[in-house]
Design a protein around this ligand. Sequence first.
Ligand SMILES: *Cc1c(COP(=O)(O)O)cnc(C)c1O
Length: 397
Amino acid sequence: MQGSNDDQWGLDTLAIRAGHKRTFEQEHAEPIFPTSSFVYESAAEAARKFGGKEAGNIYSRFTNPTVHVFERRLAALEGGERCVATSSGMAAILSTALALLSQGDEIVASRSLFGSTVSLFDKYLGKFGITTRYVELSNLAAWEAAMTPQTKLMFAETPSNPLSEIADIAALSKLAKAHGAYLAIDNCFLTPALQKPLELGADLVIHSATKYIDGQGRAIGGAIVGKHDVLEELFGVVRTCGPCLSPFNAWIFTKGLETLSLRMKAHCANALELARWLEAHPGVAKVHYSGLESHPQHALAKVQQKGFGAVLGFEVVGGQENAWRVIDATRLMSITGNLGDVKTTITHPATTTHGRLSDAQREAAGIAPGLIRVAVGLEETDDLKRDLARGLDPLVN
Ligand SMILES: *Cc1c(COP(=O)(O)O)cnc(C)c1O
């Protein structure tokens, strides 16, 4: 009974307790089953299990108890009926596309998506006659105008990275239902600790577990959560095509979920403090963070989210040269594109994550030359401020 919560436990309880059925060994912590296959008492039992007449483990590409604990726990947290885990966040998105789309179908997606998601849609799904239209995340009229009778999937990341734009998930869900399309929300930046897209009407939640679910930058994995019937299609893809999660990584993510809510609160508190400090610094022209009153969608963020996340963008005065100076002056933050880690990371989007775009595309996406992205970790905020001040102060003195 994945995702069922008959006792109405709260989120923090589910994060620690859901999904684990103790084995005959009476273990307290969740065990790891590093085995590729499972054995049967008899030929008849094997036949029943292979034929789907009896539930049970067969082969770890599609039935592994450690992976199932993670799936049940994440389903419980997202409020979904079922979850299917995958080898990466990208595998979760690919599997979703393989399960739901056919040649000639269309995707409408937000413009500010994770770079590999855009490549997957354009370069790879494009090869099979699936086309994607991109719209401004927060512009509902643009979403509506892009819908056609061929639209099967609407896909959004909210809040966006690195500009923290917000989509109104309930409004997108209404639009999806009116057009008979699925709405998938990539919930990587907020996690179920801060945002529950299924409750707002989304059909599917996509995760890169690599980010906050792990939370310590150790393992790659992903997941899709939603209703039974759609997830059965997704299970079929993962079972047949093989982008399955390893038991060891599933175990890391299960243990990550136990502290997720606590970590997200701390990430958010650090990010808000740093955003406020940056907004007051004369070396900073603009801060993009939905937790700031100056953010154009702060009101929507407050009702849709339980927190504002920990990825923020800020523009330094003077453009790329100064942005690089600030990044190179840090001694604590890691210069890396990853996020969702206890370690704070810093990048220059215009020359890394968005480096392959043309100048015009970058401008349309709002990626200014002076923009820096910080994924705020759990170090002392005073140390983070000092680290940024090393490069920012000289810009104005
Ligand atoms: C990282 C990321 C992905 C891809 O996840 P992987 O686990 O790296 O494959 C997808 N969406 C978002 C928003 C991400 O940040």
